[in-house]
Design a protein around this ligand. Structure first.
Ligand code: ADP
Ligand code: PEP
Ligand code: MN
Length: 531
């Protein structure tokens, strides 16, 4: 055993026995040293850690399971979460423990949740030293004194070298992500994509927090400089711009991906960020770009020159989903507390590959609920196995793959909090303009930023709005710093009739999708659905 602080709870106390060497709570330099010594990757410029994850370079949602135990039977949304029988899980667990015998493991005891009242003590046991480094960057790092009395509430075991057997493990392939809420255990096998670790913790909190009246959100968050009470959240599925847009030099970063909204305000679940690096521009995203040459940053699946170690941000030959992971402190304007007041602005980011939605729209609370439940956006290439180009989808709550409960549970919590705190709501299209994917182009980041700044500082409320004929929400006509034409997508298309046809098609898709929510919904939201 190698340990920084003598662990209160050893792996043996959790029934994990017969391992090789176990490294408890190593700090970043030791994790990097071990990772390099084991040939998991190599050091990059500025002291980064360069790694490729092999066959899995994105999440495997089809291989993710929730164990169907009696205590979760009624609360899980089974249409969205694949069930695994408790017997199959026990077999998987036993076989994984067997696989672990004689091998070395890395244990990181971390917190999920910046609010001390709500945090969850999570132990992450990894076969790969760099996964220890990754999750140490991503979750919240306890002080030595906190570590000394740390008792894990939930445990994640991640063995990329373990191959599941669908016959006895009740899974689909050799890859498995199995969440057992009753046994407080998550088992991950046969994938080295680091994102599975953090999104497992997110899924877990999405299950636990609603029971405490806390709204878990797939969103980034920031606040005005000097005023944590002027906070904003940015909901969005992977690739919509949560990480990019929350790292705004004129605001304080709270977090880039997962937050909770409690009676006292918002709190980050995490202690770090996981940014996409494809085409990352030092001009458009200087803070994130700088993390790619910072000591300790994990650079995942990026192509680099073997002689100079120079990273190639344009080369997507490994994957479009190339990433860097770093602690929040790596961003100069990050909040030291990761907390904020009740959001004054709730932004829903959508990446519309059809080029129909305007770059920004003001929503009534009922419209916000309609769009939150709809979750229209596109899946971004590489983020999930098998996604090769932007693929339109309705991903409820802007994060369906991570929602164990029914959408209405999250919808109701959010609607209540928006009403209680009077938050302004916005829909922001960071996707295509001037045509659909293939003919148009991606919304310029500078325009999105200018529109968001105006929304967040309140100045957008002073401009003139028009009512969108397709969706009924309000769209600004003119905003300083943004080309007028861009605000009206119909004007950006070469063929206005083609825009109208595409818009009508999208309205139809929204309406077909929303049919599942009409029963039992508030009258105002039903009215928003009809337009
Ligand atoms: N208008 C835009 N707004 C936000 N991101 C944009 C925009 N145009 C292009 N992008 C790119 O889209 C990607 C957004 O990814 P990211 O911020 O990591 O999303 P998320 O955190 O929601 O998964 C980045 O690669 C960013 O450079
Ligand atoms: C880590 C992920 O999240 P995001 O792209 O939202 O940062 C992911 O989807 O795998
Ligand atoms: Mn992100």
């Amino acid at each position: 055993m190698t340990s920084r602080v003598n662990p209160t709870c050893k792996l043996e106390d959790q029934g994990i026995e017969g391992l090789g060497r176990v490294y408890y709570n190593l700090l970043e330099p030791a994790l990097m040293t071990e990772a390099v010594a084991r040939g998991e990757g190599r050091l990059g410029l500025g002291g980064t850690f360069l790694v490729s994850t092999g066959a899995h370079t994105g999440r495997s949602p089809k291989d993710k399971f929730v164990v169907r135990t009696p205590d979760v039977e009624d609360s899980i949304w089974w249409e969205n979460n694949k069930p695994m029988s408790p017997e199959a899980f026990d077999c998987l667990h036993a076989d994984m423990l067997d696989h672990m015998k004689g091998r070395d493991y890395f244990v990181q005891d971390l917190f999920a949740g910046a609010d001390p009242a709500e945090r969850l003590d999570v132990r992450v046991v990894t076969e790969m030293a760099w996964h220890g480094l990754f999750i140490r960057h991503l979750l919240r790092r306890p002080q030595a004194a906190e570590l000394a009395r740390f008792v894990p509430e939930f445990t994640i075991i991640n063995c990329p070298g373990f191959k599941a057997d669908p016959e006895c493990h009740g899974c689909r392939s050799e890859t498995v992500i199995a969440l057992n809420f009753s046994k407080k255990l998550i088992l991950i096998g046969n994938t080295a994509y680091a994102g599975e670790n953090k999104k497992s913790v997110f899924t877990l909190l999405n299950y636990l927090l609603p029971a405490k009246g806390i709204m878990p959100m797939h969103c980034s968050a920031n606040h005005a400089i000097g005023d944590p009470d002027d906070s904003a959240v940015f909901f969005g599925l992977s690739g919509t711009g949560k990480t990019t847009l929350s790292a705004d030099p004129s605001r304080v970063l709270i977090g880039d991906d997962e937050h909770g909204w409690s009676d006292t305000g918002i709190f980050n679940f995490e202690g770090g960020c996981y940014a996409k690096t494809i085409n990352l521009s030092p001009k458009a995203e200087p803070e994130i770009h700088a993390t790619c040459s910072r000591i300790g940053t994990v650079v995942e699946n990026m192509v680099f020159d073997p002689d100079t170690l120079e990273l190639d941000f344009e080369d997507n030959s490994i994957t479009d989903n190339m990433r860097c992971a770093y602690p929040l402190e790596a961003i100069s304007n990050a909040s030291p507390t990761s907390l904020g007041g009740h959001p004054k602005n709730v932004v829903m980011l959508t990446c519309d590959a059809y080029g129909v939605l305007p770059p920004i729209a003001r929503l009534t609370p009922a419209q916000a609920m309609y769009h939150f439940l709809s979750g229209f956006t596109s899946k971004t290439p590489g983020t999930e196995v098998g996604i090769a180009e932007p693929t339109p989808t309705f991903s409820t709550c802007f994060g369906a793959p991570f929602m164990p409960r029914r959408p209405e549970v999250y919808g109701k919590l959010l609607a209540d909090k928006i009403a209680q705190h009077g938050a302004s709501c916005w829909l922001v299209n960071t996707g295509w303009t001037g045509g659909a994917f293939g003919t148009g182009k991606r919304m310029p980041i500078a325009a999105t930023r200018a529109l968001l700044s105006a929304a967040l500082d309140g100045s957008l409320n002073d401009v003139q709005f028009r009512k969108d004929p397709n969706f009924g929400f309000e769209v600004p006509v003119s905003v300083p710093g943004v080309e007028d034409r861009l605000l009206d997508p119909r004007q950006t298309w070469a063929d206005a009739a083609a825009y109208d046809r595409q818009a009508a098609k999208l309205v139809g898709m929204f309406s077909d999708n929303f049919a599942q929510y009409l029963e039992g919904i508030d009258d105002e939201v039903r009215a928003a659905a009809i337009g």
